[in-house]
Design a protein around this ligand. Structure first.
Ligand code: VAH
Length: 315
């Protein structure tokens, strides 16, 4: 029988949807969901769940053996905004979990790893338009530093020990199945909730803050495509640039007003503005396109249509 899949951080924004998608594809019992605590949000496709603190290597090893795990998706992390409020906690969580998974793979307990990086690996000295795969990377957030360091360790474990680890530099992700979290890009989720619930939104980024974004379905499809690609097609073992769309708060507000004409937006930039200002405006993902056939499908108009239609029943 094919070895099972373990998702660490299965209750998070990406983990929740990744769990359902993988269960639909491989069968509910083939996908073990885990997180630090059982979440009230049950994935659309229910299945086995384990409470796991992934900073505890022995506990992780016990789960790998108990469930005969082959592939691990390590989705647990502290994101950019929360990470700036708790720097050492963010570093410890983001790095200790990665080292546990890499070392258990090196010791033969895991066949293949997916680990999410982010456009947060780029910093204020990086070219901001069509940011290339290989360029200056001087991240100025703890989250970005942890992701840049993690990329280097992933590439090292592949080169030195043959660990099959694969990674994507996700842009800001937009989805409706989990509430907005501690991300700087999460204004692009919260705005849909507030538009439906209150008819107005006070944006914590300034009107002209263009950022790379992606609808969750595209991110999940890219993740699975990369994990299923033949190893010789995965030519980059740090992390692949991945692009969907780029927009600023004015553009997303305008796309909402096409459906909710009375929606209004105000602007009250906070500490997250400095984080956003250090990131690219748009991403060149030609390596992902050329190596394993990546192509985004969701644009801003399609995203707004899906988000409003899916959230309407909540308000
Ligand atoms: C964050 N959503 O805002 C994440 C993402 C590119 C940003 O990594 O921290």
């Amino acid at each position: 029988m094919k070895r099972r899949i373990l998702i660490i951080g299965a209750s998070g924004q990406i983990g929740t949807e990744l769990t359902s998608f993988l269960r639909q594809q491989y069968g509910p019992d083939q996908v073990i969901a885990s997180d630090i605590r059982k979440s009230a949000i049950i994935p659309e496709v229910d299945g086995p769940f384990e409470v796991l603190d992934a900073t505890d290597k022995e506990a992780l090893l016990a789960l790998l053996i108990k469930h005969d795990i082959g592939h691990v998706y390590l989705m647990a992390a502290m994101l950019s905004a929360t990470g700036e409020l708790h720097p050492m906690k963010a570093w410890d969580l983001n790095m200790s979990t990665l080292f546990n998974v890499l070392n258990l793979a090196k010791d033969g307990y895991i066949d293949r790893i997916f680990w999410p990086s982010s456009i947060a690996v780029f910093g204020p000295t990086t070219p901001r338009e069509q940011t290339p795969q290989h360029t200056i990377m001087e991240p100025s957030t703890v989250y970005g530093i942890s992701k840049q360091t993690g990329e280097r360790w992933c590439a090292y474990y592949f080169a030195k020990y043959g660990v099959d680890v694969r990674s994507l530099r996700y842009p800001g992700l937009i989805s409706y199945k989990t509430p907005p979290g501690g991300g700087t890009t999460d204004y692009a989720i919260d705005i849909y909730h507030k538009a439906l619930n209150e008819g107005t939104y006070s944006c914590f980024l300034s009107a002209e803050t263009t950022l790379p974004m992606m609808y969750m379905d595209d991110a999940i499809r890219a993740t699975i495509t990369l994990m299923e690609a033949p190893s010789d097609q995965v030519k980059i073992r740090s992390s692949y640039n991945l692009a969907g769309m780029s927009f600023d708060p004015v553009a997303i507000a305008a796309s909402i007003q096409k459906h909710l004409p009375d929606f209004t937006m105000t602007y009250a930039p906070d500490f997250r503005q400095a984080i956003a200002d250090s990131w690219p405006k748009s991403i060149d993902d030609s390596h992902a396109q050329n190596d394993w056939g990546w192509a985004a499908q969701f644009d801003l108009e399609t995203t707004t249509k899906v988000m409003l239609a899916s959230l309407k029943s909540q308000y």
